[in-house]
Design a protein around this ligand. Structure first.
Ligand code: BQF
Length: 292
């Protein structure tokens, strides 16, 4: 029987703390942190994610603004909107919800966000600072995972950490953070990806397994060492006729089979997802503290 790494409870604790800090800020006569979410089109998953971010803002006393644009917005028009946010002193931080439509370069948009307002931590300047171990905005999901580890007292120090996935948003940055000399870091990290051979054998050596590959039930029980910590970043919609929505959310791990072998495991939903939102909010609060 594994201990559940409860992302809802952990993010609620962070919420309580942030709420008090915002109240103190406002009592000093300062404006509360202000997060803007930019959304293009109406992808249902993106809508839900943006909704989660706006809701969290309300719960901690942040100001939030949702900017919605039609799928037909041109790249130049979107970049002009980003530029406006960069120059608006009333905006502490903002996110551009990904994915963007095909005709818009995500890289161009990310590099146009001013690094001081880049609360997603995706700008190359902030990625560089992260790699160098300098203070910066950490990408929300890896940041949230480290906060979850901190909350449960799980350190990577001296442990075999295996990360499945090398995306710029999750796999790559979490692999860097957990290998760095920092609290809860100092792990021996292996990154697996689509060209990895013997992935099952490598995973079976992991003391801490972080899975961010985007394939339902990718990690099976034979890939998990007895007593491992299993962190499932997957968010997959699979058909489920018994639900009124017609689908259910599952991670990248075969939860039922893996849970009995794990010492700690994140559920999906209610695991890493809420911690991602908490990470974004911590960055936004930090941005408000950094106001010039
Ligand atoms: C939960 C995301 C893939 C691609 C782009 C809480 C979220 C999800 C689940 C959420 C995600 C995933 C977000 C739960 C934000 C996490 O209770 O389990 C919150 O809103 N997320 C995103 O903004 O973009 C994504 C996943």
């Amino acid at each position: 029987m594994a201990t559940i790494l409860d992302g809802r409870a952990t993010s609620a604790a962070i919420k309580d703390d942030l709420k008090k800090k915002v109240e103190a800020m406002v009592a000093e006569g300062k404006n509360p942190p202000h997060l803007v979410a930019v959304m293009v089109g109406n992808n249902p998953a993106s809508k839900a994610y943006v909704g989660n971010k706006i809701k969290f803002c309300g719960e901690v006393g942040f100001k939030s603004t949702l900017l919605q644009f039609e799928t037909s917005i041109t790249e130049a028009e979107l970049l002009a909107e980003v530029d406006k946010l960069n120059n608006d002193p009333g905006v502490d931080g903002y996110i551009v919800q990904l994915p963007l439509p095909e005709h818009i370069s995500e890289d161009k948009v990310i590099e146009t966000v001013h690094p001081d307002k880049d609360v997603d931590g995706f700008h190359v300047q902030n990625v560089g600072k992260m790699v160098a171990g300098l203070p910066t905005y950490l990408p929300a999901t890896p940041f949230g995972i480290t906060k979850m580890m901190e909350h449960y007292g799980i350190s990577a120090s001296g442990k075999n950490v295996v990360v499945i996935g090398r995306s710029h948003i999750v796999g790559r940055p979490i692999s860097i953070l957990l290998s760095q000399s920092r609290p809860y870091g100092n792990g021996t990290v292996t990154v697996c990806h689509s060209r990895t051979q013997n992935i099952k054998e490598i995973c079976a050596e992991a003391d801490i397994l972080v899975v961010a590959i985007g394939k339902a039930n990718f990690v099976t029980a034979d890939m998990v060492k007895e007593g491992a910590v299993v962190i499932d970043v997957g968010m997959n919609r699979v058909e489920d006729a018994s639900r009124k929505r017609g689908y259910k959310l599952v991670g990248d791990v075969d939860y039922e089979a893996v849970e009995p072998k794990a010492s700690y495991i994140t559920p999906v939903p209610g695991g890493v997802g809420p911690m991602t939102i908490a990470g974004l909010m911590l960055n936004t609060y930090q941005s408000a503290l950094n106001r010039k």
